[in-house]
Every structure is written in C-alpha cells, then in structure tokens.
Write a protein that binds this ligand. Structure first.
Ligand code: GLA
Length: 359
C-alpha cells in the first residue's frame, strides 16, 4: 500500500473575519498545498509522522495519539481524535509523510491543508464513512478543540471544496456555497508574503472573536439576531449607538466587510473587476482601522501596491498580523510589480518578501 493525498491552501480574495460572524467569504483554492503519503510501518502498534518541512519526526504508540506536542503534528493528531471520537479505530502500523509547498504560517491555510489532507486520508483508509462537508467540520473542530485556535470554517472549507479557477462564495451561516468562475480577462492575483512572523496570532485572533461575541450579545438586547452579519449596514447604523470603542469598531468591520463580499460576488459575476479591486482596497482599510489586524509590513505592501500602475486593488488576506497581501493587477505589469515591490519592501524592512503568482 502506498497512497498519496492532496489538499490545497487558499487565498481569501475578500471577506476576512466574517466567517465566525455568520457572514460571507470569497476564497479561492491555490495549486499549492499539502501532500500526504501513507505507507505501511513495521511496528504495528504505532503510527509514524514525518514532514519534509520539519526535521522533527514522531513515532507514537496508539495510546499516545491524543496528546498535544505544540507543533505541526498536533494537526494530524487532532484530526485522528475527531475520527476516534466518532468510533473509528486509532490508526496503527502506518507512516504518514507530509510534504507541503505552501509558505508556513503565512495566511495561506497551511494548517487547514494539513488537517484536510489528514481527514481525506483517514476517511479513505476507513472506507469513506464521512461526506466531505463532515470532514471539513471535523478538521475545523480539530483546530478549535485540539490545537486551540478558535478559527471559523473558511480555510478548511476552501481546502476541501476548492476548484481550480473558481472562487467559492460561501455563506458561513447556512454553509450554502457557489463556485464563481474567476474570468480574469488579462488580470492576475499576486500574493506577496511579508514573511512577518505572526507572533501571538492565535491569542489576538481569539480576542477579536470574543469582542465580536460581546458586541453581538449587546445588540441582541435590541434586535433578534444570532450572528452579527445578519445585519446590513443600514440596520447596523440604527443600532450602533448601543456600542462604543473597540466593540463598535469590530462589529462595524464584520458587517461592512460582509456587505463588501456581497458586492464583490456581484462584481465578479458582472466581470466588473474595477469595482472588485475598489472593494479590496476598502476591505484593507477596514481591517486596518476598525479590526486592527494589519501591521506596518502589511500596510506598506498594500499601500505600495494600491498606487502602482495597473493595480486594481490590494489587501491583506487571512487572519492578519503578518502573512500575505493579495493584489489584483494587469497581467502585463506583474513582472515589474513583483520586482519593484520586492525591492521597496526589502529597502524598508530589511527582509526579502516572497512573491507568488499561483494561477
Ligand atoms: C483565519 C481563520 C479563518 C478566518 C480568517 C480571517 O484564516 O482560520 O477561519 O477567520 O482567519 O478571515
């Protein structure tokens, strides 16, 4: 037996920090992601986990497959736990070897792709007991419960349901989704990695999430909603006097971002990429000013890109605090853009960024 599985990373085009507020997101799957090869192991009471991206190898007995290690192996173990919690036997006598070509911890869902590829493999090894949506939810749950990052469903969903050359318009409240073709008409998305280490990202993320929850609880005293993104901006403006300070800003971001995603989906379907780009710029400003999850590196890259000839829009993508920007740009400008942004960024921060043109 020698089985290989793949799950992609994603870049979110617009709609950040809306998923856990019951809103819309618009990610697209990348061709980069995580490969997992499963082969038999001589020791039949153990599982072995190795990764081409990390020298740390783990050979774990079946009774140790529920312990946290504080590193990448927690993603597969968390997923294994999801399976065993549902009555599937602990896997033994197997070697799980991971190989990823995504930059790690760069907001392109390297973690979700490890979780999803593990879930796909375990499902296949057990004769497919679970449908894809269930696997997506189990992967998210592994990250929430086992790893301790209280993420929404976007990344695992995009990794599981992603299709080439399409964005996924996902309603994170109902989980209804639609693949919207990316008809790029001489345009490209360029991803620029700040290489900024996202220190304390999990705790800052969890804090934003709890601020949204607090804002929701206050608004629920005045209107009948289960999620912040059930409000549109007009309704929100009528209620916003009940909020102040950070809670007001966090809720305003979530609700305005949700409206931008609606408009962006419409723009994509109408092939109006100029409007799409403007919405990306507005999204970055809101993530910077209201949600406060950007950083000088992301702000520099987005602002630099926004003034560059041929750029329609640029924004941070994913959780923030570091990671990547995504820029919509005329194809013929891509080479000059990546070269000059790379230079300007290195001059300013002394770090070589990384430019990715995925498809
Ligand atoms: C991370 C989380 C997602 C989502 C984004 C922000 O990627 O895993 O669930 O909340 O941040 O949009």
């Amino acid at each position: 037996m020698n089985l290989t599985f793949f799950a992609p990373g994603r870049v979110n085009l617009i709609g950040d920090h809306t998923d856990y507020n019951g809103g819309l997101v618009l990610p697209t799957a990348l061709s980069m992601g995580t490969y997992l090869t499963v082969t038999p192991l001589a020791e039949n009471d153990c599982c072995r986990f190795t990764s081409e991206n990390d020298a740390m190898a783990f050979t774990l007995r079946s009774d140790k497959l529920t312990q946290r290690h504080g590193c990448w192996v927690d993603y597969p173990i968390g997923v294994i736990k999801e399976f065993t919690d549902r009555g599937i036997a602990v896997p033994v006598g197997l070697h799980f070897h991971y190989r990823g070509d995504l930059p790690i911890g760069a907001s392109l869902s390297s973690s979700a792709s490890i979780e999803m590829v593990s879930a796909l493999a375990l499902n296949k090894l057990n004769n497919n007991p679970f449908p894809l949506l269930k696997l997506v939810k189990m992967a998210q749950h592994a990250e929430n419960d086992f790893v301790g990052m209280n993420c929404g469903i976007m990344d695992q969903f995009a990794s599981g349901f992603g299709q080439k050359n399409c964005a996924i318009a996902l309603d994170c409240n109902t989980l209804e989704y639609e693949h919207v073709p990316l008809d790029m008409q001489g345009l490209k998305f360029v991803i620029a990695n700040t290489k900024k280490k996202r220190g304390l990202v999990d705790s800052a993320y969890n804090q934003r999430r709890s601020e949204c929850q607090q804002a929701l609880e206050i608004l629920q005293q005045h209107c009948d909603i289960q999620e912040l993104c059930q409000l549109d901006m007009t309704q929100f403006q009528q209620l916003s006097a009940y909020l102040s300070g950070n809670l007001l800003k966090r809720a305003r971001h979530a609700i305005s971002e949700n409206e931008r995603v609606k408009q962006a989906i419409r723009a994509l379907k109408d092939k109006n990429m100029t409007v799409f780009g403007q919405l990306m710029n507005a999204s970055h400003a809101s993530l910077r000013d209201d949600y406060e999850v950007t950083c000088p590196e992301l702000d520099f890259m987005a602002a630099w890109a926004q003034q560059f000839k041929g750029v329609l829009g640029s924004r941070m993508t994913g959780a923030g605090f570091g990671g990547c920007t995504v820029t919509l740009i005329a194809e013929e400008q891509v080479e000059r853009f990546t070269e000059e942004l790379g230079k300007a960024y290195e001059e300013k921060f002394g770090v070589k960024g990384e430019m990715i043109v995925d498809n």
